[in-house]
Design a protein around this ligand. Structure first.
Ligand SMILES: O=c1ccn([C@@H]2O[C@H](COP(=O)(O)O)[C@@H](O)[C@H]2O)c(=O)[nH]1
Length: 298
């Protein structure tokens, strides 16, 4: 996404060309096929080859990639270097880059996170981890999200605020009623206000929400509360969500939904398969998820 673009407009454009599926990149060394593991390669060299391979294989099929920061951090500082390389390659391949780092902290620290991930070099950032969109955590309160929203206002960056997460225990706090309102609805209303304030030409705002595909009924209610937001829906595949579960997350005109799938695209049982077979399998899985999403009633 180039610097003059607005996240909501970019999402509209990319989903028209490539559909709603997002390639999730959550690399685990033990799950990487053996053909990457040449004897002279270190763990981070294997990681690098694997991540760049996935991006090359999928680049003409999907409009977005979501990197899960934790899986890179697990490799230490060299893992972060690979993340930076992956971000650079994805941008070069015209993919929108989402970083799932679930950041959130008191204002000054949030401002440092915003500099790390959402501030362009043209605005003085020296970070090589600048992405188009960041997943953020609202637990510390709305004031702590302001530095991120500022980057959305100033640089057109996108945000996904955790509203209703896909994990089985998400209801423990997110479904609780506080002052007569569910916690998730309360966050959704904040997101809706920020989205309305940051709308682009296509009507989608820069501030969106994570809603797990594993809770379709909540999704329906929450989408109504956030009509102008892009929704990121993880949870399809190993977590039990199905393509049809995202139907009610769509808006009427432009879809406004991104469906991220990580293991369901990249994880294989047979680690002995060849490079050609792995590439073919990844492409076939992407096609199959896209077909399920495209054939859902609109
Ligand atoms: O509510 C949430 C928020 C984020 N995630 C992230 O999405 C992927 C899911 O991986 P799969 O292999 O497709 O299950 C992972 O990076 C999570 O951290 C989520 O699952 N749920």
């Amino acid at each position: 996404m180039d610097m003059s673009m607005h996240w909501g407009d970019f999402v509209t454009e990319q989903t028209k060309s490539y559909g709603e599926l997002v390639l999730g990149v959550d690399p685990v060394l033990e799950d990487i096929p053996l053909f990457f593991k040449k004897a002279d390669r270190s763990a981070t060299e294997i990681l690098e080859k694997y991540v760049l391979f996935l991006l090359d294989v999928a680049a003409d099929q999907v409009g977005f990639v979501k990197f899960q920061s934790a899986f890179f951090e697990a490799f230490g500082s060299k893992g972060i270097d690979v993340l930076a390389q992956g971000i650079a390659l994805a941008k070069k391949r015209n993919m929108g880059v989402i970083l799932d780092a679930k950041r959130g902290d008191i204002g000054t620290t949030a401002a440092a996170y915003a500099r790390a991930y959402l501030t362009p070099a043209e605005a003085g950032s020296v970070s090589n981890l600048e992405v188009d969109c960041l997943v953020v955590n609202p637990f510390l309160g709305p004031d702590t999200l302001e530095p991120f929203i500022d980057c959305a206002r100033k640089y057109g960056k996108g945000l996904f605020v955790l509203v209703k997460t896909s994990n089985p225990g998400s209801g423990w706090l997110q479904d609780k009623i506080v002052d007569g309102t569910r916690v998730s609805d309360r966050i959704a209303k904040l997101v809706a206000d920020w989205a309305a304030e940051t709308q682009g030409k296509t009507g989608l705002g820069s501030v969106g929400a994570v809603i797990g595909a594993t809770f379709p009924e909540d999704g329906k209610r929450l989408r109504n509360l956030m009509p102008d937001s892009v929704i990121l829906a993880p949870g399809i595949g190993p977590q039990g969500g199905k393509a049809e579960d995202i139907r009610f997350l769509r808006r009427q005109n432009s879809s406004g939904v991104l469906v991220s799938v990580s293991r369901g695209i990249t994880k294989v049982d047979d680690l002995n398969l060849s490079e050609e077979d792995y590439a073919m399998l990844v492409r076939k899985r992407i096609e199959s998820f896209q077909k399920s999403l495209n054939t859902l009633d609109r």
